[in-house]
Design a protein around this ligand. Structure first.
Ligand SMILES: [Zn+2]
Length: 133
């Protein structure tokens, strides 16, 4: 019979967002199943996912691999969607968004580097064609 965890063990009062989820849900499984090779990490697209969790920045769940969780990485489209919605002034963002990384062109880069890269692309903040006047 499997031990039922004490609920107080599932809460880390110092954690928030995905850190809290990792503490509660993604702690080592004492009897791990082999990784599901069909479920790939949706951040880097190159490692098996260890599970599906809510993004810390969007009302959306994604499959995350261990490396991306450890690097606090989220998908480029999640970050870009926030940048598009919030706008071009980095002072308009909550400080914690800059704690994230993402995976671009084979490497992890900071959320701020990704912001500087994509928001300088011509037309990044243009409305989508269906919303254009
Ligand atoms: Zn990954």
């Amino acid at each position: 019979m499997t031990d039922v965890p004490d609920p107080s063990d599932l809460v880390d009062p110092g954690a928030y967002g995905r850190d809290a989820v990792q503490h509660a849900v993604l702690r080592p499984d004492p009897d791990p199943a082999p990784p599901n090779q069909d479920l790939m990490c949706e951040v880097c697209q190159r490692e098996p996912a260890v599970g599906v969790a809510s993004s810390s920045m969007a009302a959306m769940s994604l499959a995350y691999g261990r490396t991306c969780l450890d690097r606090n990485a989220d998908a480029t489209f999640i970050l870009a969607g926030n940048f598009y919605s919030i706008g071009p002034d980095p002072n308009d963002y909550a400080d914690w968004i800059w704690d994230f990384t993402t995976f671009v062109d084979g490497e992890y880069i900071t959320a701020r580097d990704f912001f500087d890269r994509v928001t300088k692309e011509p037309g990044f903040f243009d409305p989508p064609p269906e919303d254009a006047p």
